[in-house]
Design a protein around this ligand. Structure first.
Ligand code: KIV
Length: 267
């Protein structure tokens, strides 16, 4: 069976069918999510928190990402496989090229994801010119948690919102194939999604994005501590893990998740 392609995802954006994405870190969950019919599996560096027990994603290494990507690749057959480039592994374009090559060659990822705005334009251009598809990530970028000053909603001031709009357009122009928007007002994410030609996947960014992603352990209600307000425990209402995954996919496809209670306003 062949995997989902970026061309197929673009088609979903054009037709208005919502794109579904969950994180996965091992073969068993990857297989279960893949068989449920998810469009994208993301090997997120959130594994630093939900698997390794750190209080941020910063300690995650390239070796960790390669290891987990290999597992998710072995467990899945159908979904597009995206992997996060971990903290400081793409601080320069040359470092990014080396990291991305490992994640694709050893981890078998189809797309690499990196966090940040305009400063990444040269890197995105360099990677895409060399045949490495890139998913950009704007808004709350957890690898910058100390600079941002905590896990907070982004883009609430007009200056910040304008910077995010400009960054999104610059990253698309540089060659990014996908964009993740995390934790920002729903109206701002809606504007960005409608302006861009590439699919925009939201997390805490409202229902108007072209697709939705959640951290698997948050949507199963097993992340230690407090669940983010934009997430939803699908296991609680379904009772089994396969049913929870199916409920997430159906809710996103139908446009019933996220609801207003999972969406941030401008103020
Ligand atoms: O690391 C991760 O799981 C992510 C998602 C929250 C988008 O980047």
């Amino acid at each position: 069976m062949s995997r989902m392609t970026l061309t197929q995802l673009r088609k979903l954006k054009t037709t208005g069918e919502k794109i579904t994405c969950l994180t996965a870190y091992d073969a068993s969950f990857a297989q279960m999510i893949d068989q449920a019919g998810i469009d994208i599996l993301l090997v997120g560096d959130s594994l630093g928190m939900v698997i390794q027990g750190h209080d941020s994603t910063l300690p995650v290494t390239v070796d960790d990402m390669v290891y987990h990507c290999q597992q998710v690749h072995r467990g899945s057959q159908r979904a597009l496989l995206i992997v996060d480039m971990p903290f400081m592994s793409y601080a320069t374009p040359d470092a990014a090229l080396e990291t991305a090559a490992r994640l694709m060659r050893e981890g078998q990822a189809q797309v690499v994801k990196l966090e940040g705005g305009a400063w990444l334009v040269e890197t995105v251009q360099m990677l895409t010119e060399r045949g490495i598809p890139v998913c950009a990530h704007l808004g709350l970028t957890p690898q910058s948690v100390h600079q941002i000053g905590g896990y907070r909603v982004q883009g609430r001031s007009e200056t910040e919102a304008q910077r995010l709009r400009d960054d999104a357009l610059a990253l698309q122009a540089a060659g990014a194939s996908l964009l993740v928007l995390e934790c920002m007002p729903g109206d701002l994410a809606a504007d960005i999604s409608s302006w861009l030609e590439i699919p925009v996947i939201g997390i805490g960014a409202g229902a108007a994005c072209d697709g939705q992603v959640l951290v698997l352990y948050d949507m199963l209600g097993i992340t230690p501590g407090k669940r983010p307000s934009f997430s939803k425990d699908f296991l609680q209402e379904t009772g089994t893990i396969p049913a929870a995954i199916e409920a997430f996919i159906n809710a996103v496809k139908k446009g019933t998740f996220p609801g207003p209670e999972h969406t941030f306003n401008e103020k």
